[in-house]
Write a protein that binds this ligand. Structure first.
Ligand code: ADP
Ligand code: ZN
Ligand code: ZN
Length: 738
């Protein structure tokens, strides 16, 4: 009899074999099963079946039950998930967790109407109640289920006085398990509605927009990567809407990925207003139930458009016809823990596997994408103009080396702000630093408030008053005097958004200062109410972090300014300059949408040739230089990188593991991997973080296949190596932050 191959949420890079559930045949791939795993029960996904197992037949266990009567994932979805597991060298069972909404990971039914039911597991049927110790409610629940003729619904159990906590505790202990009513084939693909696709009249495209649409339209039936490089406000979204319309007319679905903070209610509303079709959003602000509802509508084909952040790339879409990635350069598309995938790259593979087009859009494309254009692999389309609007202004550098700063502002900048306010306009001030001041120092002995757990300074916050480490979240009260020499008061150095706000309030007492950062914009509706405030304010100053730079359209803003451009100029991370250039361009894009605008960048390095080039010739020109530099350095995107990270509270353990790893890589290199370069191991840029020591080891190769073979061998080594069990380690393919 064939065995089921199941992907389970464990750190092991393999599938697990089970006999089919008692009295049942083989389940279809793509559905969930409940299986025994050690003393626990796990929800897994069926990947396939096999006649042979490495495990003796007598030792194999049977699945407990099948949780879906029809597959959640189609073969194409499973193929993508397998690719992700292989490429990022991550257990497929954990990769699949990314693709499942939380409620489905927990074993609940796909349809809300199915009130979850609970049944006894074999363990729960046979075990002595005494094994539950003094948990009286848990014992009572088991007795109730033993007495009941059928599995009981959650509602019935709750009505009988058992809280969800009691139910969950028993499920965790393996006494009870969800029971799903068998039903006939679930995903009946929704037929395409007959009403017309358009709900609203589209805008008349400009000549430029038309050209882009017409270049892409004939290629909608095949795999092709398009890059739309268009200045902010050039009407990229309008182009997306026209292309999506065509895809919907064919009865197919579109997947639109946007950055973490790019999904505002306005974006969603714009898509919903245009089409007579269901548009769903998948983002981190949803609760579990909302997420499952949106996901199900996508999976069953009812949702024509899925608008989502990073992990939405895994949403099953049976009729997928087009993928769009807006702001494709955005850092939030790369996941920085667990499965370290890049949603843009996964989306491109998905498009290729499903033979459909994918469109990347950005005013400041990533160097990766520009290199692909250069190599002739992606087709680039330009949008240079803003329809019916002013051109984005050229940024001007304002040297502050010899100037006195007031809460981060130089006098010329403040008087410029005054000028724009006097004209009845708004000024936008971007400062990528939260809190009052990034450093708290003793002016007598030079003591600086550092984090007890990290090699980092504590940021001084005023609301509420505290010292706060932004790396590990550690917080403590502000000392009233220097702990070393007792001198007081202590001195704030530099400024964050709170201090900038204070300065602006003092200088412009009659002008509304609207602050937007993670401390002042909290909760679901806060962002929207701030945006409303901005739109109704009249002359005002908008002050904030990145949050303010992305995607929004502020018609009254004529002055945009970046308080500190220098952070990325001399960083050890080669990507920092690219990020700074993108930020400056984004900020510039906020100014002068409807009237002529001005952009001012404060810097201590106004002679930096890269800044000068960016301001005079724009992002594209600077990007060409940066690419050239990367090629000469033998760095990504011309070289393939894999980064090993390891951490432990004990420094010696990390060092021992990393040295052994590097030694193994060296030995392997003698044999086969001559073209492979190794850098490190070295301490991570912030060696001590959250009380743990961090090191890293970088592998570089000209050929992707060479790199991946090496990684695979090193992973095999890690899995057998006792040293590896004493540290927390991970491998990051195409790392972004070094
Ligand atoms: P992007 O996505 O490039 O930032 P949008 O598509 O949001 O640009 O367009 C910016 C602004 O220009 C929006 O207010 C939009 O309504 C307007 N717009 C876009 N295309 C046109 C057009 N063809 N005619 C008139 N206005 C347009
Ligand atoms: Zn002191
Ligand atoms: Zn810390």
């Amino acid at each position: 009899m064939p065995l089921i191959q199941v992907a389970l949420p464990t750190p092991l890079r393999r599938l697990f074999d089970y006999w089919p559930a008692a009295g049942q045949g083989l389940p279809q791939p793509g559905g969930r099963v409940l299986v025994p795993f050690g003393r626990r029960q796990l929800v897994g996904v069926v990947m396939g079946s096999t006649d042979q197992s490495d495990i003796e037949p007598a030792k194999l266990k049977a699945a407990l039950s099948y949780l879906d009567t029809a597959p959640l994932f189609q073969p194409a979805d499973l193929r993508l998930l397998r690719w992700v597991a292989r490429y990022y060298h991550h257990p497929v069972g954990e990769v699949i967790q990314l693709a499942l909404p939380a409620l489905l990971r927990q074993g609940q039914g796909v349809h809300p109407a199915q009130d979850p039911r609970w049944q006894l597991t074999p363990h729960g049927q046979q075990e002595e109640l005494a094994a539950l110790g003094r948990a009286q409610l848990q014992k009572a629940l088991i007795e109730q289920l033993r007495a009941a003729p059928h599995p009981m619904t959650q509602k019935a159990l709750q009505a009988a006085g058992f809280s969800t906590a009691v139910i969950k505790a028993l499920a965790d202990k393996g006494w009870i398990a969800p029971f799903i009513l068998p039903k006939t084939s679930l995903p009946q693909l929704a037929p395409a509605p007959s009403r017309s696709v358009l709900a609203d009249v589209p805008l008349n495209l400009t000549a430029e927009q038309k050209q882009v649409v017409q270049a892409i339209l004939p290629q909608l039936q095949r795999f092709h990567v398009h890059l739309i490089q268009g200045v902010t406000g050039s009407g990229k979204t309008e182009v997306y809407l026209h292309l999506i319309q065509q895809v919907l007319e064919q009865g197919r679905q579109a997947l639109v990925l946007i950055p973490e903070i790019g999904l505002t209610p306005q974006t969603l509303a714009r898509f919903q207003k245009r089409f007579n079709r269901t548009v769903v959003a998948l983002h981190s602000g949803l609760n579990d139930r909302e997420r499952l509802d949106a996901w199900r509508q996508a999976m069953e084909g009812q949702a024509a458009i899925v608008l989502g952040t990073r992990s939405a790339v895994f949403t099953p879409l049976p009729k997928l016809g087009l993928i769009l990635i807006d702001e494709e350069h955005d850092a939030s598309f790369k996941q920085q823990d667990s499965v370290r995938y890049h949603a843009r790259d996964v989306a491109i593979v998905r498009a290729q596997q499903q033979k459909i087009p994918i469109i990347l859009g950005s005013a400041t494309p990533s160097l990766e994408s520009l290199a692909k254009v250069e190599a002739g692999l992606y087709q680039v389309h330009y949008l240079h103009q803003r329809p019916q609007q002013q051109e984005p202004p050229q940024p001007k550098l304002l040297e502050i080396r010899s100037r006195r700063l007031e809460g981060g502002f130089s006098e010329p900048l403040l008087s410029n702000i005054q000028k724009h306010l006097d004209a009845g306009h708004q000024a936008l001030v971007l400062l990528n630093r939260r809190g009052y001041a990034p450093v708290l120092m003793c002016s007598s002995c030079g003591w600086i408030a550092g984090c007890r757990h990290c090699d980092a300074r504590m940021t001084w916050h005023r609301e509420p008053a505290r010292l706060h480490c932004h790396h590990c979240d550690h917080q403590q009260p502000i000392p009233s005097a220097c702990p070393v020499c007792s001198h007081s008061p202590l001195l704030p150095l530099g400024s964050g958004t709170e201090r900038a706000e204070e300065t602006l309030q003092t200088r412009f007492p009659d002008v509304p200062i609207i602050r937007m950062d993670r401390d002042s914009v909290r909760g679901k509706t806060a962002l929207q109410s701030k945006l409303d405030q901005i739109h109704h304010a009249g002359p005002a100053i908008l002050l904030g972090t990145q949050m303010l730079a992305k995607g929004h359209h502020f018609p009254l803003v004529t002055l945009a300014t970046l308080l500190d451009a220098d952070y990325g100029l001399y960083s050890s991370d080669p990507r920092a300059i690219e990020r700074t250039a993108q930020l400056i361009t984004q900020v510039a894009g906020r100014a002068g949408r409807e009237q002529e605008g001005e952009v001012i960048i404060q810097t201590y390095h106004s002679d930096d040739p890269r800044l000068i080039k960016l301001c005079a010739q724009g992002y594209a020109a600077l990007a060409q230089d940066l690419l050239q530099e990367r090629r000469q350095l033998g760095w990504a995107p011309y070289t393939f990188l894999a980064l090993w990270r390891a951490e432990s509270p004990q420094k010696e353990r990390v060092e021992a593991f990393m040295q052994a790893l590097a030694g193994t890589a060296q030995e392997l290199a003698c044999a086969d991997f001559l073209q492979l370069q190794r850098l490190g191991p070295v301490p991570a840029p912030m060696e001590r973080r959250q009380g743990r020591y961090h090191m890293q080891f970088l592998l570089l190769a000209q050929q992707r296949s060479v790199l991946h073979q090496q990684v695979e061998l090193l992973l095999d080594w890690c899995e057998l190596q006792p040293l590896a069990r004493q540290v927390r380690w991970s491998v990051d393919i195409d790392p972004e932050d070094l």
